[in-house]
Design a protein around this ligand. Structure first.
Ligand SMILES: Nc1ncnc2c1ncn2[C@@H]1O[C@H](COP(=O)(O)OP(=O)(O)OP(=O)(O)O)[C@@H](O)[C@H]1O
Length: 703
């Protein structure tokens, strides 16, 4: 099938869809499948943390050479693709970081509304939807709430076609499913994930429609399978890679007043015995830089904004000190109560990510009386409530579901001591920011002076840092491990110039070379994810897909099939770009480049984690990606990667004077933005204690 047939294939109902081959007991070996190495804990070597090694990971993968420019045949697909051929409604974007940007360089998308990673030019549509739901008074705002939480409400302005692809197991099995069911705007199809509520009230609609049935629409009935309870599964982990020790050579910058010194070993953290035992069982013998700095800061009661490269252990960096603190304070087992009052709330932008964080919280709190609970959209509301009322010290939630639960008065906020925003830049951008603001102004929520607020991400655009001031105490500390927003150096990055008509051919060529190694293929739209997954299956490449139009059950199954290696290729939209920690992902392919460089950094960070090496190949289409040339050159060179000459040329020819445009999400901040006001910060390497920033913070800039 030629490229020119794409659109036809996509919109015609005759398109073949397939269902995955379900594996019974897929979760029996743990959420991470059964391929973990159960690494015995080894003793920590504090001395190692002072090692200094060269971190250059530039490799010879034929960067920019072996695959040339394939030209841009002038056919139908080219005309249509970026300018509206993908006419599916823009109704997904669970983790659609880029949709919130204020401009779109993908000029063709202004009218099309289907992209999961859409540019802000599509925000108009979202604004309408928001208006319909009586949103948060930001004209720009978003349907993320519905989008993220799976509370698909009827009557939306986006009556999208529901994506029909259901994943695959063997590349041969196809089954037509109702392609006519609408997604967010109408009946979701099947019998699980559903549209609830009328969209009249973003706080209550899921609860009302999904559970109480106050509003029309079928209920969300999906109940995720419980994670395994056996200790081996709980502590299953993969091994750190050969570059793990090189983390110590990364420069760490701490800014703010009176930062406590970094710790070098877990022992120095003075954690309780159970926690230490859990850390050992998890195979952690040595702290990563973000952990060395964040743990004492959090234990010291300080607010924190921490930025560290993908896959470098940010989750444990906040979980461990929170748990330690709770234990030290003599937390008592939380009991069955209709209104639970958790001590800690953790929010993250996607369902799969928050579930992953929950599993980490469960792991580290194993054997303690601390009870972690997870709740996220696309699952039965009543199930969430039942989990919560049994006791809840740490609530892990996606934002929309959290607000629903609060509105149902199942969660009280008075006891909240810790508020954690993982992927904080995403949580504060125009997508989730209004939700977060609502959260901190909920009745009962302790003021920022009364709680500890912790923010973590690999990227922190300056504009978001400024917004964060509203959530953080003015004396918060900022930890930057390496370049803020920089890519992980353990990922070998290759940028290929590939026109859109050649992409599929090139993809197949690469995947055939890769063989069975686990590969994530990122595309820009949900529909395209379906299409490419279908196409790869036709090519006999076992592929599954994850995106926001898939039901939650399907998404979890896709992830499970990918994790366990049943489907070594996962085609994904931005919904899988952040945070997901999947063993053995050796390759990331950006079939479509994202709209922003931050998104690129997160996507390629699905490989090369925890000191392991990985490869990322990105198809750069000069017809649509030129705006990324400049930031890409920067990311590549900062990560000591080869920069193709042609890319430099494009970057030069598209040079934007005064380019520092983090406000548009295209360049990352290089520093704590407060430094504009305060002057200096301390500069350390990971193995050494931090000194303190000498100059006062201009508090007025932040409150
Ligand atoms: N000190 C440690 N020793 C060994 N393994 C660790 C350590 N800290 C974290 N890990 C492991 O490293 C992997 C990546 O950690 P994590 O998911 O927290 O990264 P992250 O920095 O949050 O990444 P992202 O930016 O993509 O969200 C996980 O499998 C985690 O269990």
């Amino acid at each position: 099938m030629g490229d020119e047939d794409w659109e036809a294939e996509i919109i015609k109902p005759r398109m073949s869809y397939y269902v995955p081959v379900f594996e019974k007991d897929r979760y029996s070996s743990g959420p991470n499948g059964d391929s973990f190495n159960k690494t015995p804990a080894s003793s920590s070597d504090p001395g190692e943390s002072n090692k200094r090694e060269n971190t250059s990971t530039v490799g010879g993968f034929g960067i920019g050479k072996s695959f040339g420019n394939r030209g841009f045949p002038n056919n139908k697909f080219e005309e249509g693709d970026s300018s509206g051929s993908w006419r599916e409604s823009n109704n997904d974007c669970e983790d659609n970081q880029t949709r919130n940007r204020r401009f779109s360089k993908r000029g063709g998308y202004q009218d099309g509304n289907d992209s999961e990673a859409s540019g802000s030019s599509r925000r108009g549509g979202r604004g309408s939807f928001r208006g319909c739901r009586g949103g948060f008074g930001l004209g720009s705002s978003n349907s993320e709430y519905e989008q993220d939480e799976g509370t698909q409400r009827p009557g939306g302005l986006f009556g999208s076609r529901r994506s029909a692809l259901s994943g695959t197991g063997n590349g041969d099995t196809y089954q037509s499913r109702s392609g006519s069911g609408s997604g967010r705007g109408g009946y979701k199809g099947l019998n699980e994930e559903v549209i609830t509520g009328s969209g009249k009230n973003s706080w209550k609609s899921e609860a009302e429609g999904g559970e109480s049935g106050d509003t029309q629409g079928p209920k969300v009935t999906y109940i995720p399978p419980p994670p395994p309870e056996d200790e081996d599964s709980i502590f299953a982990h993969y091994q750190t890679g050969i570059n793990f020790d090189k983390y110590d050579t990364i420069l760490v910058e701490v800014s703010g007043h009176d930062a406590p010194p970094a710790i070098l070993t877990f022992e120095e953290a003075n954690l309780c015995q159970t926690l230490n035992s859990n850390i050992a069982k998890a195979g952690y013998t040595k702290l990563t830089p973000v952990q060395k700095y964040s743990i004492p800061i959090i234990l010291g009661g300080r607010d924190l904004m921490a930025c560290a490269q993908t896959g470098s252990g940010k989750t444990a960096a906040f979980l461990l000190p929170i748990l330690a603190h709770l234990m030290r304070e003599g937390i008592t087992a939380s009991r069955f109560k209709e209104l639970q009052e958790p001590e800690c709330i953790i929010v993250a932008p996607t369902r799969e990510l928050i579930n992953q964080i929950y599993l980490e919280a469960r792991k580290f709190s194993f054997g303690t009386c601390v009870r972690a609970v997870v709740t996220y959209g696309g699952t039965q509301f009543g199930h969430s409530i039942r989990q919560i009322v049994q006791g809840c010290n740490i609530l892990c939630a996606t934002p929309g579901r959290l607000m629903d639960i609060i509105s149902k008065e199942k969660i009280g906020l008075r006891q909240v001591k810790y508020l954690v925003l993982d992927e904080a830049d995403r949580m504060l951008d125009m997508g989730f920011g209004p939700e977060m603001k609502k959260l901190i102004s909920c009745p009962g929520m302790p003021s920022k002076e009364q709680r500890q607020t912790l923010m973590f991400s690999a990227t922190f655009p300056e504009e978001i840092q400024r917004l964060a001031g509203e959530f953080l105490k003015s004396n918060y500390l900022f930890v930057a491990v390496g370049q803020v927003g920089g890519a992980c150096r353990d990922v070998q990055q290759t940028i290929l110039q590939v026109g859109q008509y050649s992409k599929r051919e090139k993809l197949v060529e690469i995947l055939r070379n890769i063989g069975d190694e686990r590969t994530m293929v990122f595309v820009e739209t949900k529909k395209k994810a379906d299409f490419i997954a279908t196409f790869l299956c036709q090519e006999k490449i076992s592929t599954t897909s994850i995106h926001g139009d898939r039901e939650q059950r399907e998404r979890e199954q896709a992830l499970g099939d990918f994790r366990c290696g049943k489907c070594p290729v996962l085609v994904a939209t931005s919904v899988a770009a952040r945070g997901l920690d999947i063993e053995n992902v050796q390759h990331v392919i950006n079939f479509d480049l994202p709209s922003t460089i931050d998104e690129y950094v997160h996507r390629i960070g699905r490989t090369g984690r925890c000191g392991n090496t990985g490869r990322a190949i990105s198809f750069f289409d000069p017809e649509s990606d030129n705006h990324l040339a400049q930031p890409l050159v920067k990311v590549l060179s900062d990560a000591q990667q080869d920069v193709p000459a042609w890319l430099e040329e494009i970057a030069f020819s598209t040079y934007v004077p005064g380019f520092s445009g983090s406000s548009r999400g295209n360049v990352f901040a290089s520093v704590d933005t407060r430094k504009n006001f305060q002057g200096k910060s301390s500069l350390n390497t990971a193995g050494f204690s931090s000194s303190q920033a000498p100059n006062p913070v201009d508090d007025e800039s932040w409150d």
